[in-house]
Design a protein around this ligand. Structure first.
Ligand SMILES: [Zn+2]
Length: 360
């Protein structure tokens, strides 16, 4: 397997004991050496990660692997992105996880320095599991809130037990754990990057009430939401109902190519491409607003300005933008296939980082 390859291993099966204990994982007793009720090494053998590739990516802080795996550090009990600027821990003190949810379920806290909530999304293509990719997209659209894992599995045409098994194999966590971690990460982004009152942050990130939100944040970060916001030291004041988000991607990203595609297809009166940015009007549940997307090259991110009156829709809006601008794509992996085609190879080399534009 090449260094740039997707860090998955060949076919593997989740052991019977993991299947039986998937419930334990969902509720999540947090112990230091146990994962999913099993010894970490025992469980690790069944997850689709190539540990040597992870190790090299970690030591070189390779941005191409950002979001493709997470590193749990035993000494500090935090989990990090592959690009974390903190001094690298000794190999014997680290554990690798295929998703942030898996690291959280194993009892690690998100690092406050590299901020795992800011990593690019999980690559859309996960080994051999098209079902997991589709499930992740549906979870992004809040599918789990409309009936839980059973209804989600039904929409995908598989049994709920099978869906849990697939998630454990490819992401190391159940669908519920993945959804919970995403909600928590979005809450952290809102705390750090906006001035939204905490009651609104709780609602926007799907916690339902402030008490549950406060308890959830305290449990994971060992700090109150207010203390976390103080750490972010945000000084910019935005107009009312306006939010600025930074949505990360794995470099390279051909932003000009994306705009060149969108400009001639812009719907008059709805979309505009000008001065290196894309802007469109949006409408959700009777509220109206707009989004403006531009390149934030220094941070390997798209800068997104959202003007919208109902903060409960912010999660959906940012996920739509992620999908529309193909931010989960993994160029380093895709290019390996495209290079094998003699017609495409030259074009790929000439314009690295091309993405597949989506619709709003
Ligand atoms: Zn870190």
């Amino acid at each position: 397997m090449g260094y740039c390859g997707l860090i998955v291993r060949g076919k593997s099966r989740v052991p019977v004991s993991v299947k039986k204990k998937s419930k334990v994982l969902e509720c999540g007793p947090k112990t230091s050496n146990l994962f999913c009720g099993l010894d970490y090494h025992q469980f690790a053998k069944h997850m689709n990660l190539d540990w040597q590739v992870c190790s090299r990516a970690r030591l070189s802080r390779d941005a191409r692997f950002d979001g493709k795996f997470f590193i749990g550090v035993l000494t500090s009990r935090v989990y990090c992105r592959s690009i974390c600027p903190a001094p690298t821990a000794k190999e014997k003190n680290v554990r690798y996880f295929p998703s942030a949810a898996a690291a959280a379920e194993a009892g690690f806290r998100p690092c406050l320095r590299c901020r795992p909530e800011c990593s690019p999304g999980t690559p859309a293509w996960l080994g051999t599991s098209n079902t997991v990719s589709r499930a992740l997209r549906l979870i992004d659209e809040s599918a789990l809130e409309d009936g839980g894992v059973e209804v989600l599995a039904e929409r995908l045409g598989v049994g709920s037990r099978h869906l849990r098994r697939l998630f454990l194999r490819h992401l190391g966590a159940t669908p519920s754990a993945v959804a919970h971690t995403r909600r928590l990460h979005f809450a952290k982004k809102l705390i750090d990057e906006t001035r939204l009152p905490m009651t609104q942050v709780a609602l926007a990130s799907g916690f339902g009430c402030v008490r549950r939100f406060n308890a959830g944040i305290r449990k994971i970060y060992h700090r109150t939401p207010t203390q976390i916001r103080r750490l972010a030291r945000q000084t910019t004041i935005f107009p009312e109902n306006q939010y600025l988000f930074r949505l990360r991607f794995r470099p390279p990203y051909n932003w000009n190519g994306m705009l060149a595609f969108l400009a001639p297809r812009a719907t008059p009166g709805v979309e505009v491409v000008e001065l290196g940015s894309y802007r469109r009007s949006i409408s959700f549940h009777g509220s109206h607003g707009y989004v403006e997307v531009s390149l934030d090259e220094g941070n390997d991110a798209l800068g997104v300005r959202v003007q919208f009156g109902d903060p409960r829709s912010l999660f959906l809006i940012t996920e739509r933008i992620r999908a529309m601008f193909d931010l989960n794509a993994d160029w380093a992996y895709i290019v390996q296939s495209l290079r094998t085609d003699p017609v495409l190879a030259k074009r790929v080399e000439a314009e690295p980082g091309l993405r597949v534009p989506g619709c709003w």
